[in-house]
Structures are given as C-alpha cells and as structure tokens.
Design a binder for this molecule. Sequence first.
Ligand SMILES: [Mg+2]
Length: 207
Amino acid sequence: MKRFVFDLDGTLLTGSFDFEHEYFKTVYKDEAGRLFDKMGEYLDEYERTYPRYSNDTLAYFLTTKSGLVFNDKIINGWCDAMSVVPDKIEDNIFELLEHLKSKDCSLAVLTNWYGKTQIPRLEKAGMLDYFDEVYTGDMVLKPHKKSYLMAMDRFAKEECVFIGDNVDKDYIGPRACGMESVLYDKNNDHHESLVKVKNMRELIKKY
Ligand SMILES: [Mg+2]
C-alpha cells in the first residue's frame, strides 16, 4: 500500500466538544442545550445533501433546521472556538505515522469540517507535517464519492487505504470507490465481520 488516508475526529485526535457547547451558550443562551443535542444530526444531514461546507449554505440550512439565526459571523466564531479545543491524541498514532513514513507511504487527511478549524488542530498536535495533503469539508465532503477520489490523488485505488472511526463515511464510502478501508473501533462498538482495529499498533503489524 502506498497511500493512507485518515479521518481526523475520533481517529487522529479527539476534541472536547464542551467548547462547542460553551460557544453556543454565548450566542444562543437558553437555546444552546437544545441546539447542541441536535447539531450532530443537522450536520450529518448537511453533509449528505451538499457537496461542501460554505458559510452561506450552512447558515441557511441551520437557520431553517433549528429556527435560530445563523450567519457568517456566528459560523466564523464557531470555527475559531473549535480551532483551540483541547485535543487528545489517539494512542500510538505517532508510532503508526512514523512507521508508514519509514516505508515511504504518502499520508493524507480527509475530514468533514472547515480547514480553518482542522489545520490549527493538526499543527498544535505536531501532526501536520506528516501529511502530504489535508482535504477539508470546505473543499469536499464525505460520504460523497468525489471526496474519496480526491483523496486518492495520483494513486490507484488499489494502492490506497482509508482509516477512520465512522462506518458510513470512513468504511463503506471508500469501499464503494474500490479502496481498502479499516475501521478504527477502539471501544469495540461494531460487528466482528468488519475489518477493524482497536489500537493503531495493529495497523503497524498489518502494513
Ligand atoms: Mg471521525
């Protein structure tokens, strides 16, 4: 294998979503809790419906869904707040990245959120330089086919592996494009029939 594409959230880094909740409280006061609870569902629907994140489309979509006002300024503030979340680096991830680099593999990230949030997080974790490309949600969104094709870059599908924690976006989506994929299932939540690992060290043995 020559090209490894990683999801970011829950795969390389796990951020504290308390920061998101706090930001919503400053903007939406008493409505923040209701919004926070529904946001995962809203964003999931957005990602299936639209090809990429843009402030105009997202503001319209979230205003319609939630009944609360979203605009450019609020979305930018949200991205800024999320860019400094405390992140936990997933166990043994640097060992894996070093291993793959030592084998001359090309590494990339494909993540469904704005680059202005995700790039600073990778940089702060000391991880950014490992990756040849970082494809973010303002360019392209999983699970659209185009996102996986973009992440393959100049490599053939048979040379690429996708690694991530979401069954639809990181496991089934890449497979539908002919890529190999491995589910990162650290809590053993998913069925044994899936190709999955509990710890990144298992991938060092595998590749
Ligand atoms: Mg994820």
